[in-house]
Structure formats: structure tokens, C-alpha cells
Design a protein around this ligand. Sequence first.
Ligand SMILES: Nc1nc2c(ncn2[C@@H]2O[C@H](COP(=O)(O)OP(=O)(O)O)[C@@H](O)[C@H]2O)c(=O)[nH]1
Ligand SMILES: [Mg+2]
Length: 609
Amino acid sequence: MDPHDHRAKVRQLADDLGWLEDHCRRQPELAVHAAHLRLATALARNVVGPAVEGQPARPLLVAVVGGAGSGKSTVVNFLAGSAVAEANPQAGYTRHPTAYLPAALGVQWPSYLGFLGPLQRLSQPQPGNLDEDVYQVRRAPPAAGADPLADFVVWDCPDMTTWASTGYVARLMEVVGLADAVVYVASDERYNDEAPTQFLHLLVKAGKAVVVCLTKVKEEDAPALTEHLRREVLGRLPAAAGGSIPPVPVVVIPNVPAEVRADPAGLGAKYRVQLVNQLLALCPTPEAARARTVQNAVGYLQTAAEGLLDVARRDLTELDAWKNLVHAGRAGFEDRYRREFLAGESFRRFDRTREQVLAMLEFSGPGRFLSAFLALLRAPYRYARDFLVRMLSRPEMPSLSEHTVCTAALAAWLDGLQAEALRRAGTHPLWKQITHGFDAGLKHQGQDRFQQQFRTFELKETDELDEYAKAVPERLANSPALLNTLRLGVVAFDLAAAAFVLWLTWPPSVYQLLLILLAVSLTRQLVELLVRQVVDAGRNRLRNHREALVREHLSGPLAAWLADWPTSAGSSLERLQLVLRRVPDAIRELAGLVKFPAPAAPPQQAPAP
Ligand SMILES: Nc1nc2c(ncn2[C@@H]2O[C@H](COP(=O)(O)OP(=O)(O)O)[C@@H](O)[C@H]2O)c(=O)[nH]1
Ligand SMILES: [Mg+2]
């Protein structure tokens, strides 16, 4: 694979994870998961990507994170050695990340494609509360002496106060993903808050080197508070990807007057030195620090991928369950159509066909006198038969119209789906989404679609009914030889029957005449039965065809629409499946491709630009 393929692979992994993140973001209860996915995406994009490309270790990247107003910007200033960041009393002020470059760093940073993914670099300095997918880069003024953090870019980040899906949480994750070390800032009153603490746990799990910085505490309270924080927050840290719980150092920057905060390298040097020392202890050389960052990122992606993809897996299972439900409803609909409409529908049009075929079997031309004569002979039988049939037949039950049956079956189908979705609403967001869909008129939408489809279906139906009913007469009309043979056959049958009676009962008598009348009536009855068989076969074919037509034009399209409804809002089943398949493969492949920065060249200051 050449470098271009490597880059494509990283981009694809980031795209797949990013797609899944968007998918989760649309479900408010998955906000935490969306943030975790964003961190994974950022690790792939900002750590694994550059490592695969063999990017140098320098500069190291430090992210300063924490709850609203915890003192992040103040800590950034302590790290930078001067008041570069705007400390702001307004909680939640910072909405996008800002990088502070050491004065010594060359201008070409950052130099790799895809850096920070969707975040655009601002070309002009802007206030930190600009709530857009952007980041800015500022340069710290040169330090008076040698800068201990000359190899570090320090990132001031948006707050971590909530997991709710906001743009700035995603931006925070994007920057945290990239960091070689994280300074987690907690102020005296808020260090135990739930969301920031969960965030701290995530940082450790993701294998980030973390320094905790406790701010704003009274100097005399510092030991007790540090102890409490160690026990309550750090004592419950999870194991990192490698299985061990890394030591997390705690540094205190106590409540100090504004002039100390404004002069971190001078009046505040005491606090700055402690913080810087902890950071340097975690990052002895840029290469070692970066190697750990890369290794831990790969390790985290490998172990966390399963859990990160769980959402997709569960979504697929539930989607399958929904589809099965829709198809079971469809089968119910078709069954009802068969029982309540097709079974009772006699398609009267075929009665006309029967009469038409019988009429065709009569001779025309001179032969019609013979036909008329035979008809005359059969007249008594015909009257008697018709009289009996009228006596015995019960009035026909009016059958339900096709439209009525379909509409009722559809209502039952949709009601069943709605009830089932409601029953399962607590088990998975998909069912809740479907329940909301029903509340917002999914049923009416389905019915409207159905009525539209029904109209085209009806048009087709009328055509096809005609086509099927006309099939036999048309065949006969198109084949005069066949028709004439049949006509001759019918007459020959009558004459043969009459001749047979004559031969059996010779000499002639009144009884003989009666018997002949009966014989030609019976032959006629037989012919009519045969014609009925042929026409009824057509009727049954039409019935089967009608059922297929309903499946193809009504129940089928509606089932497809319903089955796809939950995924039609942008996320697709195919993509979920693709993500599930592709992500683990890509992680495995990239894990084999990362290059670790060449170990420790003797540490030296980069030349000032
Ligand atoms: N009194 C006092 N105020 C502080 C201290 N550290 C930070 N602050 C103030 O707390 C507010 C929030 O600090 P800031 O660094 O902007 O927090 P951020 O929102 O996390 O970046 C600002 O008004 C700071 O001036 C401190 O040690 N003592
Ligand atoms: Mg700030």
C-alpha cells in the first residue's frame, strides 16, 4: 500500500466512525455514545493518521480541559508562561478550541491533511465564544529565559459540563483525541461533578496521559481537598486499554490574586513550575510521549471498537425485528384479502363469457336451422331446469367491495404495528422513533400512499379482468378451424345421442320422441359443463393473478416503505452494515501500519523563527 492508500484508509475509518456518530447524535439518549465515537474518530484522524504517515513527534500537544469556569484559560496561561488566553468569568464562554504555539515553533505546523477533521482554522483571531466548527492558532510571546515547554502546543478547550449533543462537546473531543497529554482542570467547588468526572474516566480509558490541576482552593484547604479528590475521583478510575490504571498526578494552583494570575512566569512561577514539571515527567522526550500516544490510541481503538459498534449492532437487530413485524403484518393483510374478498368474489364478468362461448358454439349460416331445431327440442328441459334453479337458489349475499376489504385490512395492519411499537418503546430508541412517527401521522401517511396505489391498482385491475374474461372467446374467434370443429363436434354429439336412442328403442313411438328430447338435453348439459370448466379455469387464474397483483402493487410497496421508514431519515441499513464490517478491519489494518517516531534524538530547542 502506498501512502495515498494509507491516507484513504484513515479517512474511511474516520468517515465510518463519523457517520455512526451522526447516526447516534440524532438520538438524544445516545449523546454520550456520540461523544465517545467522536473521540475514537479523532484518535484515528489526529493520532493514527499522522503516525501512519510518519509525521514527526514534535510539537507535542497538550489539551487543557475541565468544567465551565474551572480555570482552564488560567491554566493555559500558566503553561504558556504569560496571559495569552482570555480568562472569562462567564461560564461556558469558550465554544471552540484555540492552540497557543510556543514562540520557538516553526510556522509550518500543522502539516498533515485531515488535521482536526471538520474544524476549519480561523485566519483572523476571534473571541472564544464563536460557536462554530472552527479552531484558532495563536502564538505565545517569547519567554524571557529558556522555555521548558518549547516543544508543546497548548490547547484551550471548550468546557466539559454536559454530554448533551452540542457542537462544542464534539470540538472538545476532536482536540482531546489529538492530545499527547491532557491537563484536567477542576475547581474547588466543582471537581466532583458527574459529567466532567465521566469525561476524566474516558480520558484515562483512552490512554491519555493526564495531569489533574485543582484550582481556586484556599491554600490551607489544599491538602485535604487533594486527598478527597484522590479518593473520590481518582480512586475510581477505570483501567486503560492496556489493563493497568495509570498514576494520575495532581497539581494545585490555589486561589491567587489577579496579579499573580496575570504574571504566571514571574509572580506565579512557583505554581507554574509544579505544573510544568508534572507535564515534563509525563513526556520525557517528544518521541517517547508520541509513541505512547500512538500506541494507546491504537490500543483503545482495538479494545473499544466492539463497544462503540454495539449501537450499530443493536440498531440492526431492532431494524430486523421491525422489518419482520412489517412483513408479518403484510401476510395478515394478504390473508384477509384472500378470505374476505377473493373467496367470495365470483367475477360476474365470466358469466357473460360463458354465455358468449356457448353462443359461439352455435352454427351460423344455413347450419343455424339445425341449431335452432335442436334448441327447440331442448326447450322443455331448459325451462324446467331454469325454474328449478330459480326455486332452489338462495339470494346472493352482497360481498364486500375490494376497497372496503383492503382499507379495513390496512387499518388492522397499521394498528398492529403501532401497538407493537408502543409496547417496545422502552426497549430501544428505534421503537420510540417509530412511536413518535405514528404520533406524527405515520398511519395517515401510510393510508394516503395506499389510496394512491389503490387507484393505479384499480385501473390495472379493470384491464386485466377484461383480458382474462375475453381470453377464451378471443382464442375461438381467432381460430375458425377450431371453432368449426367444436361446432361440428357439438352437433355430432347431439345427433349421435339421438341416433343411439333411435337404435335402442326402435320402432318409433311417443316414448322414443321423449327419450330423444331427453338425450339431446343431456348432451347439451354436458357441453355446458365443459364450457363452465374452461371458463372457471380462467376465473381461477384471474383470482391467483389478482392476488399477485395485490402483492405487487399494494401490500409489497407499502411493506417496503414501512420497513424502510425508520432508516429513511438519512441513515441507511446498508451503511450500518458496512460500518460494522469495515471499522474493525480498518483498525486492525492501521494498527499494523503505524510508525513510531524514531527514539530520542538528544533534546534540543528548535531554532527561533
Ligand atoms: N479569585 C480567583 N479567581 C480565579 C482564579 N482562577 C480563575 N479565576 C477566575 O475564574 C473565572 C474563570 O476562569 P477561567 O480561567 O476563564 O475558566 P475557564 O472558563 O475554565 O477557562 C475567571 O473570571 C477567572 O479570573 C483564582 O485562583 N482565584
Ligand atoms: Mg476559558
